[in-house]
Write a protein that binds this ligand. Structure first.
Ligand code: SF4
Length: 236
């Protein structure tokens, strides 16, 4: 069995607890304009991005870093939308005895979410926006599917990661309400950055920017702090 990836990143510090190995799976069903991994969106191998890897080879790569997992770390499956390949990954997931995390947008069929919840020690779930029209037009996703999937996951192992954009800021009230109903383990507010600019150039795609100020992000943080304590702003 093989899966399609773009990269395996060793010693990741922002993709879950401890030091982690992050596997970037290729293919996503959303089209977030600010995507930091635009080379992971298309399921096709394009330009210099993407390759097939066997589960055996992937396991060997992951377990090379096993000594570092004593920090509480492990493997994080990111992307792209990693749950689109979770069925192909399942034999590997069954055989791993290390901490497993999925970083997902959760806009996928509930069967895939159930599988992820079963195998994950940790989940990082984006809350991108909640306005249904914006979710449809900007992301290409159905927000009701996302909301329904929240009922499947174990919140005690979930970090919500919120990209600070004009869309999440516009929905801040709704996001606070959602967090009251679905309190996670932790919340990260994630600032947009320009580290992926070169990849956009290679892919001949337009690079997206927004003028969100630190003060707007701090206001958002304060709003969230009123309903939830364990909150951090992360910058890459
Ligand atoms: S869900 Fe993630 S990988 Fe997919 S387009 Fe959005 S940011 Fe990119």
């Amino acid at each position: 069995m093989k899966v399609k990836i773009t990269d395996i990143q060793h010693f990741s510090l922002h993709d879950g607890e401890g030091i982690r190995t992050t596997v970037f799976l290729k293919g996503c069903n959303l089209k977030c304009p600010w995507c930091a991994n635009p080379e992971c969106i298309s399921p096709k191998i394009e330009k210099s991005f993407g390759r097939y890897i066997s589960l055996d080879e992937l396991k060997t790569e992951i377990l090379k870093d096993k000594p570092y997992y004593k920090t509480g770390g492990g493997v994080t499956f990111s992307g792209g939308e990693p749950l689109l390949q979770i069925k192909e990954l399942e034999p590997l997931l069954k055989s791993l005895d290390i901490n497993v995390c999925f970083e997902t947008a959760l806009f996928v069929n509930e069967n895939r979410v159930k599988l992820a919840n079963e195998y994950a020690d940790e989940l990082i779930i984006d809350i991108k926006m909640l306005n249904p029209e914006n979710a449809k037009n900007v992301l290409g996703g159905n927000v009701n599917q996302f909301l329904s999937n929240l009922n499947i996951i174990d919140l005690s192992k979930t970090t919500f990661r919120i990209p600070a954009t004009k869309y999440s800021l516009a929905d801040s009230q709704e996001i606070c309400e959602l967090i009251k109903s679905y309190p996670p383990k932790k919340i990260d507010i994630f600032k947009l950055h320009n580290l992926a600019k070169r990849k956009y150039e290679i892919l001949e795609k337009e690079f997206y920017t927004e003028d969100i100020t630190d003060s707007q992000i701090n206001d958002f943080k304060d709003q969230l702090k009123d309903v939830f304590d364990n909150l951090e702003i992360i910058e890459f």
